[in-house]
Design a protein around this ligand. Structure first.
Ligand SMILES: [Zn+2]
Length: 271
């Protein structure tokens, strides 16, 4: 079984839910073998393994077995230590198309980010004349369409290059514009789980970036930060979104189909 240092954790209780709360762990980013191609949506299959919510869709192939192995091991350890973050963990969503909804969300998150940082942006608002641009296909960092958009924001009344750079540093660490959507590859999912909420009770993560620090200190977050690579998954940056897991399709070593088959994480010991 893939274990956690329970002796370092504090135990919290909300009703009959028990949570281990750990000291903040060290985090990592991982850009290696991120899924490169958008999926053909006609090929998608609902994920039906351990921790399925019946909705998430993934491409057929190794990702389903790897996800099932990881969720089985995670939830099983959660049962063994009686931790609600792990026992409540599900694969919340998988494939999401790169479409108008993504553009609308990107604009929404830009506006929200400006509001949430009055120390940086003061009373500035996002320029209304650039709302269409924000929702358009902008591509990856360095794409000329994206660079031109940033320059238009910098040139808008009240804005400058420094403010525009600060805005997109914040926004792009939590959401991508159209043209770059890891979830459109069909090899990526977000987990959801319930965490102890610093004295105010408990709450579901709902992929809310401001909850990542708390999520990392939960048993489910600690476990993913440490062990997801053994099942072929990793976040692009666990300090940003520990719940966001991308299948790196390893053929050998940790996370390969052979390595996963050998894990047998939840085989109960005879006693
Ligand atoms: Zn995600």
């Amino acid at each position: 079984m893939l274990e956690l240092p329970l002796d370092k954790a504090t135990v919290k209780k909300v009703g009959n839910h028990q949570y281990y709360v750990f000291p903040a762990p060290s985090t990592h980013s991982n850009q290696t073998n991120r899924p490169p191609k958008y999926a053909d949506s006609a090929l998608l299959k609902p994920y039906t393994g351990a921790g399925s919510n019946g909705i998430a869709q993934l491409l057929p192939g190794d990702v389903h077995a790897a996800a099932n192995a990881m969720m089985t091991a995670l939830r099983c350890y959660g049962d063994a230590i009686d931790d609600w973050s792990m026992k409540s963990a599900v694969i919340q969503n998988g494939y999401r198309a790169d479409n108008e909804a993504q553009g609308r969300n990107y604009l929404r998150i830009i506006k929200k980010t400006i509001k949430e940082h009055p120390d940086v942006f003061g009373a500035l608002e996002f320029p209304g004349s650039l709302e269409q641009d924000a929702q358009s296909v902008l591509g990856r960092p360095g794409d000329p369409r994206r660079t031109a958009f940033h320059q238009k924001v910098a040139a808008a009344p009240g804005w400058d290059a420094k403010l525009a750079a600060a805005l997109f540093r914040l926004v792009d660490s939590v959401y991508t514009p159209r043209g770059t959507n890891p979830h459109a590859t069909g090899l990526v999912f977000d987990l959801d789980f319930t965490i102890f909420d610093g004295g105010r009770g408990e709450r579901k993560l709902g992929a809310e970036p401001s909850l990542n620090a708390l999520a990392l200190r939960s048993a489910a977050g600690m476990w993913l930060n440490r062990y997801s690579m053994m099942f072929g998954f990793d976040s692009y940056d666990t300090s940003k979104e520990i719940w966001h897991q991308e299948f790196r399709s390893p053929k050998t070593g940790d996370g390969s189909p052979e390595a996963i088959a050998l894990l047998n994480c939840c085989r109960s010991a005879p006693d």
